[in-house]
Design a protein around this ligand. Structure first.
Ligand SMILES: NC(=O)c1ccc[n+]([C@@H]2O[C@H](COP(=O)([O-])OP(=O)(O)OC[C@H]3O[C@@H](n4cnc5c(N)ncnc54)[C@H](O)[C@@H]3O)[C@@H](O)[C@H]2O)c1
Length: 381
């Protein structure tokens, strides 16, 4: 074995250990006699991915659904194997079988539903963005504390194994982290349904889509201290910004840059994150189906590249040096990882990885972007 391959052995060993940990995280936990009863609030698009997570989880069962659209509620009750369908989530909150709720309704309704659920003694998982402003987030956190229930925010990109591995590489392998670059080319223009109303979204593209990039940046680089944002609207049928450029100062002198737009062709969703450190460079390729074009994760260190191979996608197994590092990189599984973590936190009485405070910090970042763009100057956060 060549010298530089030997020097990589600790990296490979640690990476493989981490991947095994990820696999363990995704397996059903210990069986208990009483399954945690889940009530789905909102049964639109994203609820399908959440429900798949619960269906494969031995510790939980969807017992009830609520949607203001009676037809959708009944269809999903049947599809999810739930006992009851309600058209008003306040009635679902009175259902004794419901121990925890999973909130999948438009953004502006997250806070009121989460607070009502906490007051009814139900644990809460709420989709991103946590709410539409920091004050709502504070009220949600206070309600959860007051009632002794868990509050978790569905920052699913934190549960994507290549992002978790990137975090590990940043913390342990790349020397001094210097700069993060992250981008989003989103071909899904937000111009339909509730996403076409600024009030329902709590803003525009930044709040609904870029929030993923912002919470991920914080997860990888640490606390942000200052944000400088420039926004432009280019389409007539969208409610707010279509192009965003954001620079972020992080603690410890690190910097970040986000470039995002919703101008590309449907159904493109291409994101990429790169982090350079004094001893290495990590690149996470775009991670949704449309962007599968190579290894999900690449790491440059000691003068050569390590390519990670996407599990279950032999087409991406190229003739890479040391290309035997498999990683789970199926984006759709991030939702099951979120729901499974939520269930584990309830069953084992532990704090979620993504707490209410993390959701609030993400909303503060979005809010700072809007404020900075309006003032045309940096904003401290
Ligand atoms: N994490 C992710 O990657 C991701 C992806 C998509 C959506 N989301 C988030 O999930 C949430 C829902 O998005 P979606 O794409 O599923 O939207 P959707 O429009 O497909 O579904 C929303 C559902 O909520 C129902 N609804 C509206 N008001 C209600 C109320 N008061 N009570 C009960 N039901 C109500 C609607 O009838 C609809 O069925 C949003 O917050 C969105 O930002 C997250």
């Amino acid at each position: 074995m060549e010298i530089f391959e030997l020097t990589l052995l600790p990296v490979l060993f640690k990476a493989q250990r981490i991947l095994r940990v990820d696999q363990k995280l995704m397996q059903p936990g210990n069986l208990s006699n009483k399954k945690i009863g889940i009530g789905m609030i909102g049964t639109g698009e994203i609820s399908n991915l959440h429900s798949a997570g619960y269906r494969n989880n031995n510790r939980a069962r969807i017992v009830a659904v609520a949607d203001i659209n009676p037809q959708i509620a009944e269809e999903k009750r049947s599809a999810f194997g739930a006992d009851s369908a309600y058209n008003d989530y306040k009635i679902l909150l009175k259902d004794d079988k419901v121990d925890a709720v999973d909130i999948c309704i438009p953004n502006f309704l997250h806070a009121s539903a989460a607070i009502a659920a906490a007051e009814a003694g139900k644990h809460v998982l709420v989709e991103k963005p946590m709410a539409t402003n920091p004050k709502e987030c504070e009220e949600m956190i206070a309600a959860a504390k007051r009632n002794g229930v868990k509050l978790m925010v569905g920052h699913n990109q934190v549960f994507y194994p290549p992002h978790q591995e990137t975090k590990r590489l940043i913390d342990n392998e790349i020397g001094t982290p210097i700069l993060l670059l992250t981008r989003l080319h989103n071909g899904f223009r937000q111009n339909r349904g509730w996403r076409a109303e600024a009030k329902s979204v709590g803003g525009g593209f930044l709040m609904e889509a870029c929030v993923h990039r912002l919470y991920l940046s914080r997860y990888l680089m640490g606390e942000p201290t200052k944000i400088y944002c420039k926004n432009t609207r280019i389409f007539d049928d969208t409610v707010a910004e279509d192009i965003c450029q954001v620079t972020i100062d992080f603690e410890n002198g690190r910097q970040g840059s986000l470039v995002a737009n919703q101008g590309g062709p449907f159904p493109l969703w291409d994101d990429r994150t790169e982090v350079i450190g004094s001893e290495g460079l990590v690149i996470v390729n775009g991670f949704e189906e449309q962007a599968i074009a190579g290894p999900p994760l690449m790491f440059y260190t000691n003068g050569r590249w390590i390519h990670y191979v996407r599990r279950g996608h032999p087409a991406t197994v190229g003739n890479y040096p040391l290309g035997n590092l498999e990683i789970e990189a199926d984006f759709s599984k991030t939702y099951a990882n979120v729901t499974s973590h939520f269930v584990d936190c309830i069953a084992e009485n532990k704090e979620p990885t993504v707490k209410g405070e993390d959701g609030k910090r993400a909303i503060e970042m979005v809010t700072a972007c809007y404020e900075s763009a309006k003032k045309e100057s940096p904003v401290s956060i």
